[in-house]
Design a protein around this ligand. Structure first.
Ligand code: FES
Length: 108
């Protein structure tokens, strides 16, 4: 889990250091009382998503080798932008706004 610099509770903004995340990595954190994840894609884009599967609500896992998310419950797969790649999930993972300013990543 990421260690927030501020705004650890509720739907307040979360600010972390961009240096904490490398390309191809994902980090999970608490956002608005549920699980969320921040990804830095291999192309360098920062994306934050709800980590709650849109099928029946299990928490997705990051599969670094394949650069996608896998839901352990029924095999749903999601791309780094949240879109459904395979399995039963009916819709994409919800996106959370991300702003990168200097060395800081602001989520929410
Ligand atoms: Fe995720 Fe069913 S809860 S695939």
């Amino acid at each position: 889990y990421l260690a927030p610099r501020s705004g650890a509770t509720g739907l307040q903004k979360l600010v972390i250091s961009a240096a904490d995340l490398h390309e191809g990595e994902a980090k999970f954190f608490e956002y608005g009382g549920s699980s969320a994840v921040l990804i830095k894609t291999k192309g360098g884009e920062m994306v934050a998503l709800s980590a709650v599967c849109t099928h029946l609500g299990c928490i997705v896992q990051w599969v670094k080798e394949q650069q996608h998310f896998l839901c352990p419950c029924h095999g749903g797969q999601f791309a780094t932008d949240g879109t459904v790649l395979a399995g039963p999930p009916p819709k994409p993972l919800a996106r959370i706004p991300v702003t990168v300013t200097g060395g800081n990543i602001t989520i929410g």
